[in-house]
Design a binder for this molecule. Structure first.
Ligand code: NAD
Length: 288
């Protein structure tokens, strides 16, 4: 029996890298899934890729920042699959406006507002309209996709980081307000994850730099993110709520000098480090 057998889920941003992997993982674990995305053709491609399981998924076009469309998205789940148990608030702006979220002194108010609208107002509408449907079935699980950028300062993307930090707060509020009524709410904070979009928008040098700061010898994949989302959505995580869970290869759990040290010639780092490096077998990481 799958971890989500008989459950009904909505995945926003379901046409994207992490969203599509999560849809596939949820369907594999027995759920019926509304694949909700601004990009309807992309959402339909994800449904079609499910082959003989395609009947347990439906593509829906939604702009998560528009409340009436979010209401309709939830209604599709109820109409097509009989109710709602899981909401994965995963959509975020990763397009043209995101690429204009650079320095604070040149911050355009439109970039700030658009980012908040998709990344924070969107999940708020999702929770607002999903929760009554979940309560009608005795509870449910909400998993928000936040970001490592919500937990530390970034050189760019101040709006994005602030929107995701707000999402962390929303996560805890929902968990607190509705926990006693059977609703759990958690967030995951991915570190750089090799989605098609991330591969297109970053250089190999940039990705290698990231991996130097991971404690794992590899970067994240959409499937690694999806596995954690499925766990949090499932009853296996029934005692986990109100948590901001880093799925980032341990990127934020070590001393800041870690990445630089690992890139150094151990003899230059000093005799203690030469000994330590020999003991732990430090080696050059890979992004392949
Ligand atoms: N890939 C990473 O390295 C990474 C790191 C940290 C956090 N994240 C987060 O993971 C989530 C998924 O990102 P991804 O990397 O898969 O990106 P992606 O661009 O592949 O997917 C995002 C999806 O959201 C959809 N979308 C955008 N605006 C929308 C709107 N208004 N309404 C509905 N759908 C909309 C897009 O069409 C797209 O399919 C995002 O919340 C992102 O912030 C990703």
């Amino acid at each position: 029996m799958g971890k989500l057998e008989g459950k009904v889920a909505i995945v926003t941003g379901g046409a994207g890298g992490i969203g599509a992997a999560t849809v596939r993982a949820m369907v594999h674990e027995g759920a019926s899934v509304v694949v909700a995305d601004y990009n309807l053709a992309g959402a339909q491609d994800v449904v079609d890729s499910l082959g003989s399981d395609a009947g347990r998924a439906i593509a829906v076009r939604v702009d998560v920042g528009e409340e009436t469309q979010v209401v309709e998205m939830v209604e599709v789940a109820v109409r097509e699959f009989g109710g709602l148990d899981v909401l994965h608030n995963n959509a975020a702006d990763t397009g043209e406006v995101y690429r204009r979220d650079l320095g604070l002194l040149s911050m355009d108010a439109e970039v700030w507002d658009h980012t908040m609208r998709i990344n924070l107002r969107g999940p708020m509408f999702g929770c607002k309209h999903a929760i009554p449907r979940m309560l009608a079935r005795g509870g449910g699980s909400i998993v928000n996709t936040s970001s490592a950028s919500s937990l530390s300062g970034e050189l760019v993307m101040a709006a994005y980081g602030a929107s995701k930090a707000g999402l962390n707060s929303l996560t805890r509020s929902v968990a607190t307000q509705f926990g006693k009524r059977g609703i759990r709410c958690n967030a995951v904070t991915p570190g750089m994850t090799l989605t098609p979009g991330a591969m297109e928008n970053t250089t190999a040098e940039f990705r290698e730099m990231y991996v130097r700061h991971f404690l794992t010898p590899y970067a994240g994949t959409p499937e690694m993110q999806a596995d954690v989302v499925v766990f949090l959505a499932s009853d296996e995580a029934r005692f986990v709520t109100g948590q901001i869970i880093a799925v980032d290869g341990g990127m934020l759990s070590h001393v800041p000098k870690y990445g630089d040290l690992m890139a150094m010639d151990p003899t230059e780092a000093g005799p203690n480090y030469a000994h330590l490096f020999a003991e732990i077998g430090a080696s050059t990481p890979s992004t392949d």
